[in-house]
Write a protein that binds this ligand. Sequence first.
Ligand code: SF4
Ligand code: SF4
Length: 465
Amino acid sequence: MNKPATKDTVIPIKQEGMYRKEPKIYPREAKGRFARLRKLAVWVLLGLFYVACWLQWDGQQAVLFDLPARKFHIFGLTLWPQDFIYLTGLLIVAGLSLFFFTALAGRLWCGFACPQTVWTEVFLMMEQWVEGDRNKRIKLDKAPWTARKIWKKSLKQFLWITFALWTGFTFVGYFTPVLELGPKILALDTGPWETFWVFFYGLATYGNAGFLREQVCKYMCPYARFQSAMFDKDTLIISYDEDRGEPRGKRKKNADLEALNLGSCVDCTLCVQVCPTGIDIRDGLQYECIACAACIDVCDEVMDKMNYPRGLIRYTTEHAVHGEPTKVVRPRTLIYATLLTLVTIALVVSVFNRTPLRMEVLRDRNALYRVVDPATVENVYTLKIVNMEDVDRNYTVSVEGPEGLRIDGDSTVEMKAGAAEAFVLRLRAPTELGTGRRDIRVSLETEGPDAISVHRDSTFFLPFN
Ligand code: SF4
Ligand code: SF4
């Protein structure tokens, strides 16, 4: 029989918080070829982001997403909502590139090009510049709040907040002409949405790169979760050579490894100290690894000092680790590469052959036809025309169809740059054509060496019996 629970038999359940507290990571600065490559990526990518909105092209901002006017200006090319298909194509190219490069080279994107990585790198640079290297930062955080600590922490926050707000300003500068946005901000005259987005984007940059850092990669980024589906045994990964490194242990330089029964790993833990996600690569491949290659740089430095060959931690593949050949060309890389090439070519060709003129031909819904006189029948249409160029244009309307079909009235149309307008088109034909319906084609074209034209098919109705 079960005894009733008494005070002595009840086992207290330990109350855990809803979230595990993450220890703060203090990444040590790594120096080496991959660190240089990462810094280059930071300068190039962030340089593009901060500079591109200031460039001018044909008297207007080179890259401007003008949402109120529903036009995207990209280096002389103006895209309209009707060009949404190109954005779709661009997203497909981006997706296929991610699949292809991940299958080939692993998390190259995460380690060198992801905005989270590049902005975190800049925030870390500022932190190191103000507070010093890893050991100094740990010591400063443990130290009591003295005037020196308050000064250092305040200076870091000032740099972070200024940089984050500048990032928010730059972001909004792609949607509101940046040359107008600056004076507006100085005069405190920005609209509610501009103000919101400057602060929101600034706050997101500050929060993600200043505080959340590796937690974004570990817990928030969906790519970290599904990228393993694109990996196979021939994908480039960063790996610790366990056969060569173990047994790990301390030793003197030039010590006899065989006599000591030691591998190449001196157990200095520098590879853990430089890791921005705080993992130990010697435990094997982990989803937290963003492939930044900092552990390769620092371990190579240790190997150089010990006079051991480099590459205890290195870029390799699972096949290579087990002494098998690596295949770069394999079905999945071939499929991704073929799709990527085809979609990219199709996108480039369609953008370069894009006609910056749109026309719709809508029949008058009130009357199929009107008998003007015993010899003439008339149909009425609405022409909806969009001049998608940044210059004013004159167009000529023409029509092809049954014998005797003609335009009644003016066949020329004048349109301002970037205008969308509707015009009435009256077509007349002789009643002797008989009865029923006839296929027609309406054309709109410009004159001159850069002439463009569009054609639309429609129907002309003759009187019914
Ligand atoms: S840096 Fe190299 S030698 Fe040092 S602990 Fe890591 S793997 Fe071992
Ligand atoms: S394990 Fe190495 S490559 Fe992976 S995130 Fe850490 S330092 Fe970067």
